[in-house]
Structure formats: structure tokens, C-alpha cells
Write a protein that binds this ligand. Structure first.
Ligand SMILES: [Zn+2]
Length: 397
């Protein structure tokens, strides 16, 4: 009996079960057994040791004898745009030096160490509003206010590198993030290829067209979404997953990982995290026909905001993701500042009333919610969010 390299030593039938549970068909398993899977895991193998993959490949190969393999793989359209705009991986010190050499302004160090970056965390876009849901009209209002307050939307890659050179003089960088891959974040009007203008993506695309000075970006931390106790694929239009993920990557958004089933990882072990990351590889491979690879996934957000207590679990996350985000904590430090910690990046939970706080003014938004937690969060967070931020560093002439 072939076993998967995890603590329980699961037999192959359990592996099959899990893959199928992940929306992976027996056909896909056969394709994997044809050896295609090896290339996909090549990069990660280098980082994480060869043994689990050897065993996996053997396990998959074992299943191929039971099922006839399929021929076509639809591999012919490569996606290059996103990969091309990725900067090479360099150390924080190198990044700093590079910035210093590109922009010769004396007080950069000081500015880096004092500048704060708001990372806004949204959940659903829809009605009615509550702690985890912002209405489409208020989402538009929020974008308007950010723009009027001189905020400029940056990408995860820019944040990772701490390079905000795209941010115009006098403007301040910010990040938009969305957790849970809910339907209101990215919806096609049923039966069409038209993006719902009231979904987050519909609103953002329209906004960027109207305001080219707003910047581009947005990170979607995806997981299988629970819908009536049944797990659904990200954004809940199960036949549109590949379309949507490709659209995101082609249009300067980022995909992040939010654990496969929105797992509460408080007590997760290093091996648990390893298994969850493996599912990310499998998910991307089988849902995008290999066109989106794991190395494009740079960010991880803790589901439930639950930070693992086990150091090995944290180490495993750090080994697999460049940036690890909390679900709380106020403004982020500049990513190149001395005490910035890539594994504890704070975010601001966004419901409409918090927008008043981000902008440092009260009652700009009418809040309609009977949700007790909503007001509790508001009161607890009120001091955290009112902070003055220096404007973006000026570029030399
Ligand atoms: Zn979540």
C-alpha cells in the first residue's frame, strides 16, 4: 500500500478521497499520473525536500493503472503578463540599497521608519451591511474618500518590495485585501461573461477606468467557501474559477491563500500547514489546468485571524509565503522599516464605520446595523485607527 507522507500515513484511497473532495476528478488524477504534476512541484520540491513529492508521484502513478489517461491538456496559452512584472527575489537590505540608489533623498530612512500603510481588509460586498459586509454603494464611497484623501492603491509586489515609486508625489500608498472569496467579491452575471457591476471587481474595474490616478492592486485571499455547510470553490461560481483567477492575475490583482477550508489553525502543527499548502498547489493545478502556479502566491492571511501557537507552523508559513497577514492591528509599518515583521502584518477590518476612523473623521457614513459585534469592534478599535500619516516621500527632480 502506497502512503502519503503525513503523520497519519493515509492510504491511497484516502488521498483519492481528499483530491475528489477538493474538486479534483479522477480524470485529473490520471493526468497527474502521466507525470505532468512533476513539473508543477519542481520549484517547491527544491524548497521543501524531495521525499513527499516522490511518494505523491508514486501514489498518483499507482492510480493511473486503474483509469485510462486523457490526452489534451490545454496548456498552449501561457500567461506571461503577471510573471513578467514580478521583480526578482532580493533581500530586504538589497531592496533598501536599491531604493536609496534610485531616489537620492537624504531622509528616506527616517521616512521609511515613520510612514504607515493602511491595509484594508474587506469580506463581503453586498447587502445588508454588517461587520463583515459593505454595500456596493458604500464600497464606492470608500474608494472616493481614499482617493480624495490622497491614497494610491499599490500591489502586493510593491508592498513586499517596499518600493512605492509608482505612488505620485504627495500621495500615500495603501493596500486593499479581500478574505474568503465570497460571491459578492467577483461575480459574473449568470449566463454571461459580464462582470456584475456591483461586485467588488466590477466596482474596482469601473473605478480604475474613471480614475486612472487611483493606482491598481487588490489581494484576494481565497479558500473553499462554505455555503450551507457545503464547500464551494472560490467566489462560488464553480465553473468560472479559472476565468476569475486568470482575470485577477492579468489585471494587477493578487491571489493569496486563506487555508483550504478556512481552517482554524490555532493549534495547527508544522505538518498540518505543510498539508494545507500542498492543497494550494493541488487546487491551483487542477482548477486552472496548470496555468497558474503556486510561486505566484505570495501572501497568506490567517483564517479567523487565528495565529498558530506552534512555532513550527509559523516557520512553515514563512517558508511558503513572503507575507503573512493578521486580521487586526491597525496601520502597518512601512515594509522596509527596521521593525517590520513579515509574519505579523496588521490589517484594518473594514466595515463602513471604520472608514470614518481611517480618514480620521466621524459620521461621514451612515451606519445601519443591528449587529452588536459591529459596534463592539468599533469601540475597541477607535483609538487604533486614528493616526496621522506623513505623505509619500518626494521624488527628486
Ligand atoms: Zn476569512
Amino acid at each position: 500500500m502506497v502512503t502519503l507522507d503525513c503523520p497519519e500515513k493515509k492510504p491511497i484511497s484516502r488521498l483519492e478521497e481528499e483530491l475528489i473532495y477538493n474538486g479534483i476528478s479522477m480524470n485529473a488524477l490520471n493526468k497527474a499520473a502521466d507525470g505532468i504534476v512533476e513539473g508543477l512541484f519542481e520549484k517547491r520540491k527544491k524548497r521543501r525536500g524531495i521525499l513527499p513529492y516522490t511518494i505523491l508521484t508514486m501514489a498518483l502513478a499507482a492510480t493511473s493503472t486503474m483509469h485510462a489517461p486523457e490526452k489534451s491538456m490545454e496548456h498552449e496559452i501561457p500567461i506571461k503578463t503577471y510573471a513578467e512584472r514580478q521583480a526578482p527575489i532580493i533581500s530586504r537590505e538589497e531592496r533598501k540599497e536599491k531604493l536609496f540608489s534610485e531616489y537620492n533623498f537624504g531622509s528616506l530612512e527616517e521616512r521609511i521608519n515613520t510612514q504607515k500603510v493602511p491595509i484594508l481588509m474587506f469580506h463581503e460586498i453586498g447587502e445588508p451591511e454588517n461587520r463583515y459586509r459593505v454595500s456596493p454603494s458604500n464600497f464606492r464611497n470608500i474608494l472616493d474618500d481614499l482617493r480624495q484623501d490622497n491614497y494610491f492603491l499599490v500591489t502586493l509586489e510593491e508592498f513586499k518590495n517596499g518600493n512605492f515609486s509608482r505612488v505620485p508625489t504627495g500621495k500615500k500608498p495603501f493596500l486593499l485585501t479581500f478574505d474568503d472569496a465570497s460571491r459578492g467579491q467577483f461575480e459574473y452575471i449568470p449566463g454571461t461573461r459580464e462582470i456584475d457591476p456591483n461586485s467588488a471587481i466590477g466596482i474596482l474595474e469601473d473605478y480604475k477606468k474613471k480614475h486612472p490616478d487611483f493606482g491598481t492592486g487588490g489581494v484576494f485571499f481565497i479558500s473553499y467557501s462554505e455555503d450551507n455547510h457545503k464547500f464551494r470553490k472560490p467566489f462560488m461560481q464553480d465553473d468560472k474559477v479559472q476565468d476569475k483567477l486568470e482575470f485577477l492575475l492579468e489585471n494587477q490583482y493578487d491571489i493569496g491563500w486563506h487555508a483550504p477550508y478556512h481552517n482554524n489553525n490555532t493549534n495547527a502543527s508544522g505538518q498540518d500547514i505543510k498539508n494545507q499548502v500542498f492543497k494550494l498547489d493541488a487546487f491551483l493545478y487542477y482548477n486552472t489546468k496548470g496555468r497558474i502556479e503556486e510561486q505566484r502566491i505570495k501572501g497568506y492571511a490567517h483564517p479567523f485571524g487565528a495565529v498558530p501557537r506552534n512555532e513550527e507552523a509559523i516557520d512553515e508559513l514563512r517558508a511558503n509565503f513572503d507575507l503573512i497577514f493578521n486580521a487586526w492591528g491597525g496601520m502597518s509599518k512601512h515594509p522596509l522599516s527596521d521593525n517590520f515583521d513579515v509574519s505579523k502584518i496588521p490589517r484594518i477590518e473594514m466595515h463602513t464605520s471604520n472608514m470614518n476612523l481611517v480618514l480620521g473623521r466621524q459620521n461621514a457614513y451612515k451606519v445601519e446595523s443591528g449587529d452588536k459585534f459591529f459596534y463592539k469592534a468599533l469601540n475597541e478599535d477607535i483609538n487604533m485607527y486614528i493616526e496621522k500619516m506623513p505623505v509619500h516621500a518626494e521624488k527628486p527632480e
